[in-house]
Design a protein around this ligand. Structure first.
Ligand code: ACO
Length: 323
């Protein structure tokens, strides 16, 4: 059985960093409120001219260096973003050009905060089908560009950044002991547009728009949907929470992460948290957290890693990866 094996991971964060104290100079908020409700302490913000494709390229270069492979051996780039450089062409093709890759295919997927799980699933299916051999899977965002910086209920929550993994198709035995992506699960329910959306777009308004959210509603759905998708992963793989070395959830809110982990019986010591340092970086949050935990030595080769996310749409999903 073909498996999509992780060869390396990397990430990139803009230099500019806003603490909660900095946010309190922009909107009527406090460090105490933000930390208590979200766990966020700071977020990185792209400077003018620092685009999603630039962040993505830096993360991809770091992942390629970690994998020790040449960019030109990549024949597939799947990039998850809700904040592309341009309405078209795709940000993935900009990254492809910046990396000097002229072969293979590159495209974006759009599932907002679930984007990386969708991108990983897409790349995994291409590799398993034999349509590509080596893939770069990237999550990259500049959410700061679509925030309403006068709205304290949303602007304190998000940050910018990018993360990437390199996958290679290799033969496995078809068991949970294999290296690579073991299973993926995607879901969506388009009835929830009004709860989390951007109030602009090329077709609807001819503007870029700003992020709007009903926070309490999103919170409620997130815990239910995330627990459901993780339970499906456990059932499909025939494992329990105790078999997972690292739970790497989408980093939206510390309270969502804690509530989901508790519901699933996951030991907090096995949960990777970066939301305190990065805020919610949407599609970038999982690959950022994976890269941080891989490079600081928490995730080791052979570890079973569980990722999950929920985002606008709603979209949600999970994946089990033997690192
Ligand atoms: N600073 C200070 N006070 C604030 C702020 C702020 N930044 N934002 C809101 N408040 C106030 C409100 O105005 C309200 O005041 P009021 O009682 O006088 O009206 C009070 O705080 C409580 O507001 P709530 O919205 O009820 O606060 P809640 O406890 O629901 O927390 C939050 C808000 C943090 C957004 C929460 O609902 C949440 O985390 N939701 C999940 C949303 C999320 O994570 N979205 C990310 C995208 S989706 C995803 O990635 C899963």
């Amino acid at each position: 059985m073909r498996r999509s094996v992780v060869l390396g991971a990397g990430h990139f964060l803009p230099e500019k960093c806003l603490t909660n104290a900095d946010m309190a100079l922009i909107v009527d908020t406090t460090d105490e409120w933000i930390v208590e409700r979200t766990g966020i302490r700071q977020r990185h913000i792209a400077s003018e001219g620092e685009t999603t494709s630039m962040l993505a390229t830096r993360a991809a270069q770091a992942a390629l260096a970690d994998a020790g492979i040449d960019a030109n051996s990549i024949d597939l780039i799947v990039l998850a973003t809700a904040t592309p450089d341009h309405t078209f062409p795709s940000t993935a093709t900009q990254v492809q050009a910046a990396l000097g890759i002229t072969g293979g295919a590159a495209f974006d997927v759009h599932a907002v905060c679930s984007g990386f799980v969708y991108a990983l699933t897409t790349a995994d299916n291409f590799l398993k089908a034999g349509s590509a051999q080596r893939a770069l899977v990237i999550g990259a965002e500049t959410f700061s560009r679509i925030l309403d910086w006068t709205d304290r209920t949303t602007c304190v929550l998000f940050g910018d950044g990018a993360g990437a993994v390199v996958l290679e198709a290799q033969d496995g035995q078809g068991t949970n002991a294999d290296s690579g992506v073991l299973c993926t699960h995607l879901r969506s329910d388009g009835r929830h547009l009004d709860k989390l959306y951007v109030d602009g777009g090329p077709s609807a308004t001819k503007t870029t728009g700003h992020l709007r959210m009903e926070g309490k509603e999103v919170f409620r759905h997130a815990v239910t949907n995330l627990a459901e998708t993780v339970e499906e992963a456990f059932k499909r793989a025939g494992i329990t929470a105790a078999d997972v070395q690292w739970f790497v959830p989408h980093q939206a809110n510390r309270r969502i992460i804690d509530a989901t982990a508790k519901k699933l019986g996951i030991d907090p010591a096995h949960v990777v948290i970066t939301v305190d340092q990065h805020g919610n970086t949407s599609a970038a949050s999982i690959p950022l957290a994976l890269s941080v935990a891989w490079h600081d030595g928490r995730i080791r080769k052979g570890d079973l890693v569980l990722i999950e996310a929920m985002g606008g749409g709603f979209t949600w999903g999970s994946a089990l990866i033997r690192w």
